[in-house]
Write a protein that binds this ligand. Structure first.
Ligand code: ARG
Length: 411
């Protein structure tokens, strides 16, 4: 015999209906076990007898936030050569701390797009088995990339024979790498389609992988029922990946009109990290980021912001992706105010981090809105964040899977 916990009714002055794109006043959400039973305007929702009531007053309820681009096992204070001194076990332990910080910032789901040694798989399993607190994790394992590309490790000279685990060249090698990642627990595939900012010796704008390789990689992942995210700043890499069927383009800095049109035609999602520039340029040198990377960031950041606005105005599918790990975990919500500053409405920014992300992950039946039957992943933001998006940085309460995992209101 097991006692069934009473249902919980959370009330607040406002609730965000991300499906309809509207705010509901005087709202209540009824949670039964780990699922949402009902949600809506208080007078139209039936609250079961004996429900435990959490009355939040001047707060805005919304679905648990979802970040589609994090690296939980990366430490934002250790970049460049500093990162070479971090062992895999050490990075994994830091990941435990980062998982908690991310959850306590309101992010109940993340997509971890790249981790050496399948440390993200271990972290996900530890969270799912209840050993440590953290968000729901969709995990990539090692990111795949060409020899010497952004997803390789290029810091040491030849005689060290250093290379990243995700290096794979040629259509059959990339297929095999996808199969290997799935074997060891990956639930999403990440690859690098262009150079990057933080990698040594790569050109941000230059394509990596041929169209043939990208097609093989993406087809292999799709055959197995996984989605694919690609790191892509450069224009030709972005377009080639979209044509090859990629599910999301990460960064997307050097978009052009054709890339936007292609994304609309293919239903591709853009995950554009429009906050991280500020951290890289302000704190990056101290954290070990190489001067060549800082120089790349100085040109890329501005173009990315301008292109973010163009993509939003064109109506491309947008998700919230921060690249936390490059900047401190837990600071993920700082990106919300920037997304609004660079062209989104507050509602669009919240949708990017909820229903759009759930749809990209093919989890729209389970996650991403406060709809009955979905998992009870809920956050409460003080006041009305639709009037001031910086409020997203001060979450008061976080519920994940029906459990209150953070409550700053002591009730
Ligand atoms: N991980 C990315 C890279 O190294 C970070 C890019 C950050 N810059 C930006 N403007 N989004 O390429």
């Amino acid at each position: 015999w097991m006692a069934t916990a009473a249902p919980v009714a959370i009330t607040a002055d406002r609730m965000v209906d991300v499906v309809e794109g509207k705010v509901i006043n005087q709202a209540v959400i009824v949670v039964d076990g780990n699922k949402i039973l009902a949600a809506g305007q208080a007078r139209s929702v039936n609250v079961p007898q004996g429900a435990r009531v959490i009355a939040l007053g001047d707060h805005t309820l919304m679905p648990g936030l979802m970040d589609m681009h994090v690296h939980l096992t990366s430490d934002a204070t250790k970049h460049g050569y500093k990162r070479l001194s971090v062992s895999l076990p050490r990075a994994t332990i830091t990941g435990v701390k980062h998982a908690r910080q991310t959850l306590e910032a309101g992010f109940t789901t993340v997509r971890n797009v790249g981790a050496p040694g399948f440390a993200d798989v271990a972290l996900r399993d530890a969270i799912d088995e209840g050993d440590v607190p953290g968000p729901r994790m969709f995990v990539a394992g090692p990111s795949l990339g060409v020899t010497g590309g952004h997803c390789d490790s290029n810091l040491l000279p030849y005689e060290f024979h250093e290379k990243s685990e995700g290096v794979a060249d040629g259509p059959w090698e990339v297929r095999k790498a996808v199969r290997r990642n799935i074997k060891y627990g990956a639930t999403v595939i990440k690859f690098c389609a262009t150079g990057g900012v933080l990698s040594k010796g790569t050109k941000v704008g230059a394509q990596q992988y041929t169209q043939q390789e990208m097609k093989a990689l993406i087809e292999e992942a799709h055959l197995r029922g996984l989605t694919v995210a690609t790191h892509a700043h450069g224009t030709s890499g972005i377009k080639t990946a979209i044509r090859a069927g990629v599910d999301s383009v990460e960064h997307g800095s050097l978009l052009d009109d054709e890339a936007i049109a292609l994304a609309k035609e293919h239903g591709t999602y853009f995950s554009m990290d429009v906050y991280v520039t500020e951290y890289i340029l302000n704190e990056g040198a101290k954290a070990g980021i190489l001067e060549e990377s800082l120089a790349k960031e100085r040109t890329v950041g501005k173009q990315q912001r301008d292109n973010f606005r163009k993509a939003v105005e064109a109506g491309v599918n947008m998700v919230f992706g921060s690249d936390a790990g490059v900047y401190p975990h837990g600071d993920n919500p700082k990106q919300f105010a920037r997304m609004v500053k660079f062209g989104m409405s507050p509602m669009q920014a919240i949708q990017a981090a909820t229903i759009n992300a759930a749809t990209l992950l093919k989890q729209q039946d389970n996650l991403g809105s406060l709809s009955p039957g979905k998992y009870a992943d809920i956050v409460a933001i003080p006041g009305n964040p639709l009037q001031d998006m910086s409020k997203m940085e001060q979450v008061s309460m976080v519920m994940k899977d029906g459990d209150v995992v953070l409550n700053r209101l002591k009730m």
